[in-house]
Design a protein around this ligand. Sequence first.
Ligand SMILES: Cc1cc2nc3c(=O)[nH]c(=O)nc-3n(C[C@H](O)[C@H](O)[C@H](O)COP(=O)(O)O)c2cc1C
Length: 194
Amino acid sequence: MNESRHISTELSLSEAWKRVEGRVRTAVEDGSHPFRTVALATADKTGSPQQRMVILRNFTDDSVFTVFTDNRSDKVDQILENSSVSLLFYDADEKLQLRAAGKAVVIHDGEERMRYWNSRGSRNPYSYTSVVAPGTVIGHPREAYRWGEEAPSNFSLIKVEATWMEFLQLGGVRHIRAEKRIRQGVERIRWIAP
Ligand SMILES: Cc1cc2nc3c(=O)[nH]c(=O)nc-3n(C[C@H](O)[C@H](O)[C@H](O)COP(=O)(O)O)c2cc1C
């Protein structure tokens, strides 16, 4: 473990948060970073939690997480019905957990979406172009292996604007935990007993 990047009790609260957020930004650029994959939790129409892994595509303003999805997927309907979501990251090498919660929006049109579509990594002939919509019951896995022309029609962004974030740095028995609350652009950070 690189001690200079580690969250330690020597750091101030704001320095610790800067490091955690730096990790998230690094993950956007580094496909092998543990924070690159994140569990996204939504609520289904019965109110039950539903989680799935997604890939983190961007992290902006130290609070907005962007992921890509197929607009036909269940998570999109769930977010349209209830925009409250949470995200869960874990870096096993650094023993660092990050949780975030807030409101999600699904973006299915506009210039920003096309910018992402045209950027490296999002455009792929097998992504978002399956003939059979995600979640459809099929008789055999092979039935789903048909793709239409490469087109952005099913490509959507999910942007999660966090109003609460919390990290937990494991450290033997001396763990370090802190939260951040963001209301109307104003951040409040606090240490929390682990
Ligand atoms: C490592 C990993 C990364 C994934 N990344 C994405 C992603 O970025 N976007 C996405 O929509 N689904 C992604 N998936 C698939 C989802 O976990 C999920 O199976 C799919 O989106 C359907 O979820 P839903 O029915 O809840 O909408 C990923 C799965 C794994 C295992």
